[in-house]
Ligand binder design. Sequence first.
Ligand code: RIB
Length: 293
Amino acid sequence: MKLLIYGALNIDLIYPVDHIVIPGETIKAAALEKSAGGKGANQAAAAANAGAEVFLAGRIGNDGGFLLSLLKPFGVNTEYVAAGKGSTGQALIQLDKNGQNAIVYYAGENGQITAEETETVIADFGKGDIISLQNELTQIPEMMKAAAKRGMVICCNPSPWDEKIRGYPLELVDIFIVNEIEGPALAELPQQTPAAKVLDALTKRFPGKEIILTAGSEGAYYGRDQAREKGNAVKVEVVDTTGAGDTFTGYYLAARLGNYSVPDALNIACKAASIAVSRKGALAAIPGKAEVF
Ligand code: RIB
């Protein structure tokens, strides 16, 4: 079975700062680091490191060729990444001294995906293949419909969260991977709602579907109807949380494709994400297979 990640490739501009800037404030960054990211690229690299056969689809601009070169060593197939004339997606990332971030995202070419190119790419995949979608691209509803027609397993990571997601054909999704912000938002519950309650609400709302709620240092919770499982994070010193969720998703999907049980896949993905937060960067922080398995 193949894994298609249809998602963003971004140029990440990382500004290490004392604290996340507040409205009206100007602060100095200690450096400016340019690196590779984008939820699609990060997930694809993580899944490839975990041993899956991974295809990344998306768009870059005239300044994004280096992203493809950086993805090569991971073994990600990039034949479905188109190049446009605009600029590549960009993420302006403030990284504070506790490893927390705040991101301003500009879609660039990620916002130029057409329904036609979506159909063409997805036509090359079939029953049982997995498609992983995030929310940094245009045409997500069309991708869901095309993938469902082909009998693909649809994984949705509604990140970054935006209210339009409620209008997507979410009944077509098989696996939801949400964090502590996206979970309550999707469940229409207050942000501080405990994980168990969020899981109960989402499993009721999406019967038969797999719900995974990542919870940082607490690990990850899984629910499907009445079934519940939990994965444990590894204790690490947090350096940079950027891309940790993507590492989790890539490793989780690869582990499931590799026939690991849900609890094992959760623990594998939690360990990979824990290692990722102990390092700087997004793509650059993704651990190798030998470190995780
Ligand atoms: O999930 C992390 C990613 O989100 C970063 O690499 C950045 O590109 C933003 O899109």
